[in-house]
Ligand binder design. Sequence first.
Ligand code: ADP
Ligand code: MG
Length: 458
Amino acid sequence: MEQLIRSKWLEILEHVKNEYSITEVCYKTWLLPLEIYSVNESEESAIICVNDEELGENSKNHIQKKYNILLQIAIEEITGYHLTLEYKNKSELEKNNGGASRTKTNTRKNLSFNLNDKYTFDTFVVGNNNNFAHAAALAVAESPLQSEFNPLFIYGGPGLGKTHLIHSIAHYIIENSPELQVLYTTSEQYINEIVNAIRNSKQDRTTLNNIKRKYREVDVLMIDDVQFIIGKDITQEEFFNTFNTLYEQGKQIILTSDKHPNQMEKLEERYKSRFNWGLPVDIKAPEYETRLAILRKKEEKEGIKLGEEILKFIAENIKTNIRDLEGAYNKLILRSKLQHCDITLDTAIEDIKDLILTNEKMKITNDYIINIVVEHYGLTLEEINSKNRSQKVANVRQICMYLCRKITNSSYEEIGSNLGNRDRTTVMHGYNKIDDDLKKDAALQNEIDILMKIINHQ
Ligand code: ADP
Ligand code: MG
């Protein structure tokens, strides 16, 4: 329960903001700085820490009065747990925290909110394509502050398991070294944070300073897809300053990228060498045996069995990467669930022929785009195809509509048929909505820009 609530905390706060139309400034001032201090599972209660050092000691009462019920509802809607919340000031908690009154898990200040619970070492299949990267990742996870890999730089093409592996490391350290502060972020979030802070720094420097501090005070900094930071001048400079500070203090840095540092064209020489200080480790495309092992592992977890013949058919035909492999598998499972039918080799061939075509010709199809977007936001194909209208699912669905239209130029009808048979007006509305939002939302622009790059393998 505690881990679930912690991992969903940011989502809970965002839910409050969106559902109750909280303004950006109120959200940033009151909600975003709130932290879960501890959760008492048996009493179904939690202590929320209020940063009184920044907000003043009376802010606690204000937050309680104004946001308590909203937070309770959001927690219940997102995690299913009904909790009584108590608010305490940070200074008060720190004062009381001299002794052993807090349990080990409570001392953990988990800054890594957006980790996918499914991406762990247990679910990561090791093959010839990734065994060295896996071994290095595990070594770093076991002794983060004494590893020979600093930075640990994991690189490889799209869909080969970089994100899965870096999340596995984060989960492992959070679980086994709770005294360490681990901060995992994607470069997309990092860019948004820095750019926003810099934009606001003319009126208020505290945000920028807080962000600088936040990144420089951790024990382990993990950034996924660091290639997107390279070439973005201000963010890149800020990133390397943080990198240096952490490195000098012997803190662990873990990065993933689509390329080896030496192949990153926009990266200056002096920076290339920093990425090379630790040993860059690569992940390659998996061989047939590994592809089959990955499918078997997935089948083990799913209730529905496709059978060896179909698994072998998928493994033989989908060769590009694991994301496509899973995409084919998920498509079959989804059909069987929706239509309550068994899957035969013939129907499987029919169902995934598009994906095989994608494989050979590298043609970008709607299914392919949807897979990438869904995974990027940590949702499932089932949610996107369903009638679920929660803000997040609806928004991601609209992003799918927008990107499909932009990239494949398919008709609205066709895109609708790829998204749980939605009609053309829904798709058109979704497309226009994102198109409008893009004009006023720099963070969304950055997200779409990065998704386009991922989809086009740039
Ligand atoms: P990347 O970040 O390199 O683009 P991801 O880590 O997102 O790739 O992997 C794409 C999908 O493939 C994810 O759903 C992930 O769980 C799965 N995957 C990748 N590598 C493995 C592996 N070795 N074992 C099991 N699943 C894997
Ligand atoms: Mg990734």
